[in-house]
Design a binder for this molecule. Structure first.
Ligand code: SF4
Length: 374
């Protein structure tokens, strides 16, 4: 466990949920399947859940280390309000140990090692409204580990008609799953590979808890979710593995869950691997479509594989270039040629909220952060 002499100075202490006291007196955190047992003055594997005087605290609460406005396609979500902006935020730390992490500057940092901005849940939502974003993404590092903050932001967001999105590795326990996901509107789950060997050796976690999360999302929630598989040369880029992954999705989640195969670039501890060749993504996409998945994408490269095709007539529906929507031909969520209904959330699920609530949200955002220009 991480020694906390420095962390103890932090001001960002918020009592944590999802913990109890183990028989040996240490704090047992059961938010994720690591089940860390944390001694007084120490932090869990994720760096941002700390034991002080026998109680567990979340250092991530109210302390985002990264704030940015992204296209929603960058999360990636291709079937949730396409072409809209999403207010994106992350904190420090992570509960996985991926050697290829592409946000390692914050995910492998402790809270006191990053510049963070104090921001209450209400201020997060008002900032999103101020910048004309209909959605907020919890992203960049793993949001599960700051679940207390996520839940409080989601509650305020719901009042003001703003959507919330988890961009997650899916490493969460049954005990915490509904506490968080009952509040969010959408998710993108990284399914980093389809072998326990890869998960154990390259992410320092396990595959089955991630598959369990996908099953719970499908069977127990109304959350719209998509799946991302980062394809890393020599580690998880075999066509047989892509086929097995696609077959599992088809059998357990159905054909309409979008799957994104994305390109790796050398980063963090995996600098000896080359970038993913486009041909590898083309092959993975082809095999997943052959298996029967309706919406399979290629990401982090310029490719026709970023666009949405109709599973009924194969016609182009949403033309994308990288993260930009160039053309959207959907007609009320349907293909304009064959009428096939396309799975997704094509209009804001909160747009039916009373006009008075929307006006109040805009007025609060203006008072707090200045004119709302959207
Ligand atoms: S959330 Fe953090 S402290 Fe809790 S079990 Fe997971 S890694 Fe450990």
């Amino acid at each position: 466990m991480e020694d906390l002499k420095v962390l103890q100075k932090t001001e960002h202490l918020h009592e944590a949920r999802w913990w109890d006291t183990a028989p040996d007196g240490r704090a047992h955190c059961y938010l994720c399947p690591r089940h860390c047992h944390i001694g007084d003055g120490q932090a869990g594997f994720c760096f941002i859940r700390v034991n002080q005087g026998g109680r567990l605290y979340s250092l991530g609460y109210g302390a985002p280390a990264a704030l940015q406005i992204d296209p929603i396609e960058k999360k990636p979500l291709n079937h949730f309000l396409p072409g809209t902006r999403i207010f994106s935020m992350g904190t420090a730390g992570c509960n996985m140990g991926c050697f290829f992490c592409q946000n390692w500057d914050i995910s492998k940092s402790r809270s006191d090692q990053v510049n963070s901005t104090p921001l209450s849940p209400e201020d997060v939502v008002l900032l999103a409204i101020h910048y004309g974003c209909p959605s907020i993404a919890f992203t960049y590092n793993e949001p599960t580990i700051w679940g207390e903050y996520v839940i409080d932001i989601c509650k305020v967001a719901k009042q003001y008609g703003v959507n919330t999105v988890m961009v997650t590795n899916g490493y969460i326990t049954r005990e915490a799953f509904h506490d968080i996901y009952d509040h969010v509107d959408a998710a993108n789950v990284d399914l980093k590979a389809f072998t326990e060997e890869f998960y154990g050796r390259v992410t320092l976690t396990h595959l089955q808890p991630v598959l369990d999360t996908l099953l719970w999302l499908k069977n127990e929630t109304n959350v719209w979710f998509e799946i991302t598989n980062l394809v890393i040369p020599t580690l998880n880029d075999g066509v047989a593995e892509s086929r097995s992954l696609a077959e599992w999705i088809l059998k357990n989640l159905g054909p309409d869950v979008p799957l994104h195969f994305t390109a790796f670039h050398p980063d963090f501890k995996l600098r000896d691997k080359p970038r993913t060749p486009p041909e590898t993504l083309h092959a993975a996409r082809a095999v997943a479509r052959e298996v029967g998945l309706h919406y399979v994408y290629e990401g982090n490269i310029f490719s026709d594989g970023a666009s949405t095709l109709c599973p009924g007539c194969e016609g182009m529906l949403i033309r994308r270039s990288w993260h930009s929507v160039e053309e959207n031909l959907l007609d009320d969520g349907k293909c304009p040629r064959c009428g096939c209904a396309i799975a997704g959330r094509w209009s804001n699920p909160h747009s039916a909220m009373p006009v008075s609530a929307l006006a109040r949200a805009r007025s609060l955002a203006e008072r707090r952060f200045g004119a709302v220009n959207f």
